[in-house]
Design a protein around this ligand. Structure first.
Ligand code: PAF
Length: 277
C-alpha cells in the first residue's frame, strides 16, 4: 500500500529517510483522476528512481475564475488503487490549507514561453503551475520528475524554470498516451458528452495528417482546422504553429523544428493536443 502523506514536513522527512539509504526519488506531479497516461509517467519514473512519489493535488491557483476547478474530476479512492498496482511508494496528497496556509504573495513566473498558446487564453495559468510545481519540488525533494508531452508548453516552461532557478532535478518528458481511437488521454475526457467524445478524436486525426499533406501555410491550416472543428461542434481556442524551442510563431511549417499545438472547446470542456514535425 502506498503511504498517503498529507503534510509537507512528513513528506520531506520521508524523502530524507530514503536518501539516507542512497535511494533516488522520482516524482510524478498530478492533479489526480489518474489514467493510463499518468501510469505511463509512473512507469517512466521507475526507470530512473528507486522510490516513486505521486502527488495528487488539484491546484486552485492554476485555474482562472471562470474555469473548471470545482468540476475537475476527483477520484481519490480509485487513484490509490492504481498507485497500489503500480507499486508507488508514497502519494503526496496535501489539502489546499497545507499548500497555501497563508495568502501567498510570492510567485514563480516564467515570462517568455508562457506568453502564447494556453498562456494567452488562460491568463495566470502558468504562474499557478510554476509556483505549485516549485512547492511540490520543495515538498517532495525529488531527484527526477516526470511530466507528459501532452502538455507541451507546460513541459517546456518547467524545463526552463528548472534551469533558471537551479533546481537539482532531472526532468523527463514522456510521450502522450492515447485512447484506442487516438484521443489524447486527459482527466477532462470524462466530462465530454457522448457526442463530443465520439467526435473529439478528429482533433488528432487532423494533426496527424499535416506532415503527410503538402499544405505548409499556417493560415490555411488554421482555416481548415477551424472548419473541421466547427463541423463537429468544437470551437478552436487556438491552432498555433510554433518553433518547438522558443514557441515563437512560424508562418510556414518547417521540417524538424515545428510544434503544432491546439486547444479546442467542446461544450464546457477544453481539450489540448499537439504534434511535433
Ligand atoms: O499537469 C498537471 O496535471 C498540473 O499542471 C501539475 C503539473 C500537476 C501542476 O498542478
Amino acid at each position: 500500500m502506498p503511504k498517503i502523506i498529507q503534510s509537507i514536513k512528513a513528506m520531506q522527512q520521508q524523502v530524507k529517510t530514503w536518501r539516507k539509504n542512497d535511494h533516488l526519488v522520482g516524482l510524478v506531479p498530478t492533479m489526480g483522476c489518474l489514467h493510463e497516461g499518468h501510469l505511463s509517467l509512473i512507469r517512466e519514473a521507475y526507470k530512473h528512481a528507486d522510490k516513486v512519489v505521486v502527488s495528487i493535488f488539484v491546484n486552485p491557483t492554476q485555474f482562472g475564475p471562470n474555469e473548471d476547478f470545482a468540476q475537475y474530476p476527483r477520484t481519490f479512492e480509485e487513484d490509490i488503487e492504481k498507485c497500489l498496482k503500480e507499486g508507488v511508494h508514497a502519494i503526496f496528497n496535501p489539502t489546499i490549507e497545507d499548500m497555501y496556509p497563508v495568502p501567498q504573495t510570492t510567485w514563480v513566473d516564467e515570462e517568455e514561453l508562457s506568453k502564447g498558446l494556453c498562456g494567452a487564453s488562460r491568463p495566470g495559468h502558468f504562474r499557478g503551475v510554476t509556483s505549485v510545481v516549485t512547492k511540490l519540488f520543495n515538498a517532495c525533494l525529488p531527484d527526477v520528475a516526470v511530466f507528459g508531452q501532452k502538455d507541451a508548453q507546460q513541459a517546456l516552461i518547467i524545463k526552463k524554470m528548472i534551469l533558471d532557478l537551479n533546481f537539482s532535478i532531472d526532468m523527463i518528458i514522456a510521450p502522450t498516451v492515447r485512447e484506442y481511437d487516438e484521443l489524447a488521454m486527459s482527466s477532462r475526457n470524462l466530462l465530454l458528452t457522448a457526442e463530443h467524445r465520439l467526435n473529439a478524436p478528429q482533433i488528432y486525426q487532423f494533426l496527424k495528417q499535416i506532415p503527410k499533406s503538402n499544405v505548409r501555410s499556417t493560415r490555411t491550416l488554421q482555416q481548415n482546422f477551424a472548419e473541421k472543428m466547427s463541423a463537429i461542434g468544437g470551437q478552436v481556442d487556438y491552432f498555433s504553429v510554433v518553433s518547438k524551442d522558443s514557441l515563437l510563431p512560424i508562418e510556414e511549417i518547417e521540417e524538424e523544428n515545428t510544434l503544432i499545438a491546439v486547444a479546442v472547446r467542446m461544450g464546457p470542456v477544453r481539450l489540448i493536443d499537439n504534434i511535433f514535425i
